[in-house]
Design a protein around this ligand. Structure first.
Ligand SMILES: *[C@@H]1O[C@H](CO)[C@@H](O)[C@H](O)[C@H]1NC(C)=O
Length: 110
């Protein structure tokens, strides 16, 4: 039997801040990559945010809950949501126990 994991649906108001939920089972060091389609939105590894590959559309508008990453919280904050932010986001996490991908569908209204 195939397991189907439904995308999480999130709707945010235009120009407000938005949380895209993601969690993982914490086991030490973690690599987190958020993508929209193939576009790099936010990365975290070596215990810090990594902005080298971030697409400029998201520049200065993203952060994680850094104090809660060790507890398995990889949720993304996207500030001042734009209409073009609508779409499907992937949360990729990797720990020594394995990799995980979950998806969030972001809608923008207002
Ligand atoms: C992550 O932490 C934030 C801030 O405390 C909280 O609002 C959010 O619900 C948490 N998300 C998950 C998936 O644990």
């Amino acid at each position: 039997m195939l397991l189907h994991f439904l995308d999480t649906q999130v709707t945010c108001l235009f120009h407000e801040d938005c949380i895209l939920p993601c969690s993982f089972i914490p086991t030490g060091a973690v690599v987190i990559h958020w993508y929209k389609q193939q576009i790099p939105v936010h990365s975290y590894y070596y215990n810090k945010d990594q902005f080298g590959l971030q697409n400029k559309h998201f520049s200065g508008r993203t952060c994680l809950f850094n104090l809660q990453i060790a507890q398995g919280n990889a949720s993304l904050v996207l500030r001042k949501v734009k209409v073009q932010d609508r779409g499907r986001y992937k949360c990729y996490t990797s720990t020594r126990k394995g990799n995980q991908e979950t998806f969030v569908n972001l809608g923008v209204k207002g």
